[in-house]
Design a protein. Structure first.
Lengths: 295, 295
């Protein structure tokens, strides 16, 4: 398929790579055009404008937050004004309410829209091994499926209402952050009793919690390896807030969600915006006045 | 080895079975002797008293709580008064402070003591597939290892200080309860947006959270299958309180631990003592006034 990718941060670049590898014809666009160069070397074409990136069968947006998506979609020279037959696939982690606005705007313009946020980190994006939560009208999902298949190892078709995919993405990040918090508290508890944190983590992750997410985040906490960030704390904070905003609208109390929000606030208050989001897992040891390697 | 098992609830009976299968000579004792019959049919001998169960190389206690362990160990006709050369292996989930008392009392009586609480449910106990956290003097652990090997698929030697194994056990139950709470909140959130809970859980547990504990507890929450309990809420509540008591002593704030304590209190206040502990995962949907199958 002929597909545009708008937004060439690490996730967008990874997705563009996996699309190229699957044999799709990929044009790439970024506000700062330098980021396109590495992809052009891999066979992509550089789109000169958002409109140029909208000329194919589909355009995928992979942007950092609601504001970036709004500007790319609703601007005068944006997607909404330039989409002919292409499907807009939104793979950014955005609010449920913005997904609802996008759905309405595209529908009003008689354009097809699929929400397809993704789980994974830049390396899994580049490997085409993301986990995709997709929602939208059946015909749009069907038409987009060769692209979704190239991006991910699994696609969960959640609903025919696009915003539901965004809620599922946010709920997943809530679950990940819950893992980080629980590991952070457990590690602080056993360490203060004299247990070696690495040995404890190795025990957990070779038996009861033999899962990549426990190994990854547990390892980052134990080694206090929060830079460079694979996923920044400010983005983790954003996602927990978006999950809570959806919970507000739906009237679903989430006390653990609220606790996580406060953890991120504490981290950001101490200047942790650009640390990996797993750095909230170091706060329990700090609260307990433990002397760790960096303490 | 010749080994006594004191406490024939479902976990104790399961452990006795796995010891018999491994070829050990097992005598069994329970306050209400009827529970010994099934094990006698499998080749165990029925001990007539606690003292009788202490005559071999080791005696394993598998009891419900601190009070039961105290009564079996410190009573006039208890273990402390009757242990000759046998090692006392404590596999009950007890407080860190009781483990400390047991260590001191056995040491004073020149007796060997190993703390070896276990992770698993009655069926994994019967299969000899528990995960064991063990701590104690190296020679005692060494002598006990054929028994620990028969009980579990893995033994984590945590420390030479017995109480550390109890802390690790409590931290593990804290992590499990955290999984239950996070799944309960995520399920309540997506369900109120119209997502099928079973499909959502299947998606999670086939991708990002492909781990037995997420499948088990997620399935129980989705199906609201809290009876019969494999692990009662009142015991889960006890363990979270014991984790928090250890955290109090060590000066380790655990906000998620505090949240879990309140969840269990809510469940018990509504008469949930004998439900499976995963029933705290149904509280978020109730708070959100969702109409579920039983609502």
């Amino acid at each position: 398929m002929k597909v545009g990718v708008i937004g060439l941060g690490r996730m967008g670049s990874g997705i563009a790579q996996s699309l190229l590898r699957a044999g799709h014809e990929v044009s790439v666009y970024n506000r700062t055009p330098e980021k396109a160069q590495a992809l052009v070397a891999l066979g992509a074409s550089a789109a000169g404008s958002i409109a140029d990136a909208c000329l194919g069968d589909a355009v995928i947006t992979v942007l950092a937050n609601d504001a970036a998506v709004e500007s790319v979609v609703f601007a005068e020279a944006g997607i909404l004004a330039n989409l002919a037959g292409a499907i807009h696939i939104s793979s950014s982690t955005i609010s449920v309410s913005l997904a609802e606005r996008l759905t309405a705007a595209h529908s009003h313009a008689r354009q097809r829209f699929v929400s397809a946020p993704v789980f994974g980190r830049p390396d899994t994006a580049a490997a085409g091994q993301l986990v995709v939560a997709a929602a939208g009208a059946a015909d749009a999902i069907q038409a987009a499926s060769p692209l979704l298949d190239a991006m991910g190892r699994t696609t969960f078709i959640a609903s025919d209402t696009p915003k539901v995919a965004n809620l599922i993405k946010l709920s997943g990040n809530f679950l990940f952050a819950s893992v980080i918090e629980s590991l952070g508290e457990a590690l602080a508890l056993v360490e203060k009793a004299g247990v070696d944190r690495q040995k404890y983590l190795d025990f957990l992750t070779s038996t009861l919690f033999d899962l990549p997410v426990y190994k990854l985040y547990g390892g980052l906490i134990v080694r206090e390896e929060f830079e460079p960030a694979a996923f920044e704390a400010q983005l983790g904070y954003k996602d927990i807030r978006l999950a809570l905003a959806a919970a507000d609208d739906l009237r679903v109390p989430m006390p653990l969600g609220g606790l996580l929000r406060d953890r991120f606030l504490t981290l950001l208050a101490h200047g942790g915006d650009h640390l990996d989001w797993s750095a909230i897992g170091a706060l329990p040891a700090r609260d307990a006045a433990e002397v760790t390697s960096s303490g």
